[in-house]
Ligand binder design. Structure first.
Ligand code: ADP
Ligand code: ADP
Length: 227
């Protein structure tokens, strides 16, 4: 589902954020990406949804060479990938329903279909009773659930979560990770979670890729933070 071949990313400033990185992530895998600040984790993720383009090497997502996607096709390509962030990034003046429906309205989905799809994802994330609430009326964990619902409503092949529990307490963090696991299991979505949370990486033993100084330091299917 995701393949990097000798990928190097050098920013205009001369910073070498990734250095000759190669890796393979199969469809349906659940992967943690860990490593210190400045290691290159965000750069790796940005290459996947073409927020950035590799300086050299190749990035493939779902068999597509990301660099070769024409600019006008990038929005279509991005529908294959759902992304959630640490700070949720919900639209504050829109309701939960509208925040999620928004992702479908840009795709010309008929209204009846939109309602059905939004209801289905709200049920999946356990917020069917919050459709008419505004983001500020929800807890952080609930807001992150809405962000996840929005990220998966187009049925993406890949779900990327960049520090999804960074603003949440330990119990809520576990709930969010368990929700991501459920989406991985039920929808067979390939899930990547970038995290600094040692407890989570230790508890939910999954493939863990550690990036340091722009290189993959370790990559183990056993999981655990101290590898
Ligand atoms: P992480 O997500 O692991 O904290 P990043 O991928 O954000 O790491 O950053 C890797 C390195 O690249 C850092 O030195 C960072 O300062 C640098 N960097 C990230 N984005 C840019 C950018 N847009 N322009 C220049 N340097 C950048
Ligand atoms: P986050 O909190 O998500 O890690 P950052 O504050 O590290 O975000 O980065 C915010 C934005 O600035 C990102 O788009 C990142 O690529 C960019 N950035 C990070 N480091 C640098 C840098 N050294 N020079 C220019 N842009 C950078």
């Amino acid at each position: 589902m995701i393949k990097l071949e000798n990928v190097t990313k050098v920013y205009k400033t001369g910073v070498r954020a990734l250095n000759d990185v190669s890796l393979d992530i199969a469809p349906g895998e659940f992967v943690y990406v860990i490593g210190p600040t400045g290691a290159g984790k965000s750069t790796f993720i940005k290459l996947l949804y073409r927020e950035e383009v590799a300086t050299s090497g190749k990035v493939f997502v779902d068999g597509q060479d990301v660099k070769k996607i024409k600019n006008w096709k990038v929005p279509y390509f991005r529908r294959k990938i759902g992304v959630v962030f640490q700070n949720y990034r919900l639209l504050p003046k829109k309701t939960v329903f509208e925040n999620i429906a928004f992702a479908l309205e840009v795709t010309d989905t008929p209204k009846v279909e939109i309602r059905k799809k939004v209801r289905r994802v709200l049920e999946l994330v356990g917020l069917e009773d919050k459709a008419n609430a505004f983001p500020h009326e929800l807890s952080g964990g609930q807001q992150q659930r809405v962000a996840i619902a929005r990220a998966i409503v187009n049925n993406p092949k890949v779900l990327i979560a960049d520090e999804p529990t960074g603003n949440l307490d330990p119990d809520t963090s576990k709930e969010i990770i368990e929700l991501l696991e459920k989406i991985n299991e039920v929808n067979k979505t390939t899930v990547l979670v970038v995290t600094h949370d040692r407890d989570i990486v230790q508890k939910y033993k999954k493939r863990t890729i550690r990036i340091e100084d722009g290189c993959i330091k370790t990559d183990t299917s056993l999981g655990g933070y101290n590898i």
